[in-house]
Ligand binder design. Structure first.
Ligand code: ZN
Length: 46
């Protein structure tokens, strides 16, 4: 599982979204799904 603590783009602190599976950055709107790089499921959520 890969947990990011800071945004790879602007280095701000990432927040955990309400679904508990997505981390997002309030500064630049970067977001990533926890522990997976499955783009298919990311597109469903987007
Ligand atoms: Zn950011």
């Amino acid at each position: 599982m890969e947990h990011l603590k800071t945004c790879p783009k602007c280095n701000a602190k990432l927040k955990l979204s309400a679904d508990g599976e997505t981390q997002y950055c309030v500064i630049c709107k970067y977001w990533t799904k926890l522990g997976t790089a499955r783009l298919d499921s990311i597109m469903i959520y987007a």
